[in-house]
Ligand binder design. Structure first.
Ligand code: FAD
Length: 198
């Protein structure tokens, strides 16, 4: 049997309508439920999402965690990535032990070398690699490592015409993670019972 002459028009209208609603939903941050004639455009999930084993589980995806059409609501910028990475590195330095183990010294050097190869901004990675060549990692103690990091961060700041940070204030700017019972100490630190955890 042939289709009703207006059926194609109705279907096209339904698709356009769903598409407009989806775009509007993206703008206002509310999930849009499409009509049963089209598939929900669920493509990806934000990195902060928790995936639970069942729909009743409290860790199941929440609507706000779902990203439509493969577009992230807020794309990561070079600046945002830089701030997040410096936060990670300075927090690591803040928690780096006064008397690191040999393994910790090795790990921190490797971490910097890996960053200079794999940092997901080629221009930054190449620049950092050059900085590491002229400023080998100093990680003999917490003080040494946090001052070294402050110095290399300032080297990047200078190249970007940013304000140079006073390194004597680095411990005041970057504190240890607030974690009960020193649960966030890096491995190898002396724990509350007085013995090494690494
Ligand atoms: P950021 O420089 O990100 O600093 C974050 C916060 O750290 C500041 O608000 C301040 O409170 C504190 N801070 C600043 N300086 C110091 C310091 N010396 N010691 C301790 N704390 C400090 N961007 C580019 O465009 N080109 C590059 O080549 C480049 N290379 C990078 C290499 C690395 C390894 C990293 C991690 C980032 C790089 N970036 C680069 C990004 C850049 O450094 C900044 O992160 C970005 O421009 C955002 O700058 P911001 O002003 O918000 O503060």
């Amino acid at each position: 049997m042939s289709e009703h002459p207006f059926q194609a028009v109705f279907q096209t209208f339904a698709k356009v309508s769903n598409s407009v609603q989806t775009h509007l939903s993206n703008l206002i941050g509310q999930p849009h439920h499409t009509s049963p004639t089209t598939k929900a455009p669920l493509i990806s999930v934000s990195s902060s999402s928790k995936v639970g084993p069942s729909e009743n589980d409290s860790t199941h995806l929440q609507p706000q965690d779902i990203i439509y059409k493969g577009k992230s609501a807020t794309p990561v910028t070079k600046e945002g990535l830089g701030r997040a990475t410096w936060t990670f590195l300075h927090t690591l330095a803040a928690q780096y032990p006064d008397n690191p183990t040999r393994q910790q010294k090795k790990d921190v050097k490797e971490l910097m070398a890996i960053l200079s190869r794999m940092y997901p901004c080629k221009e930054c990675a190449d620049h950092f690699s050059e900085i590491l060549r002229t400023n080998p990692v100093q990680a003999g103690s917490h003080a040494e490592f946090s001052q070294w990091l402050c110095h290399v961060h300032n080297t990047v700041n200078r190249s970007l015409n940013k304000v140079v940070f006073p390194c004597e204030r680095v411990d005041a700017r970057w504190g240890k993670l607030e974690c009960e019972h020193r649960a966030c100490d890096v491995l190898g630190s002396t724990n509350t019972f007085g013995y090494k955890t690494y």
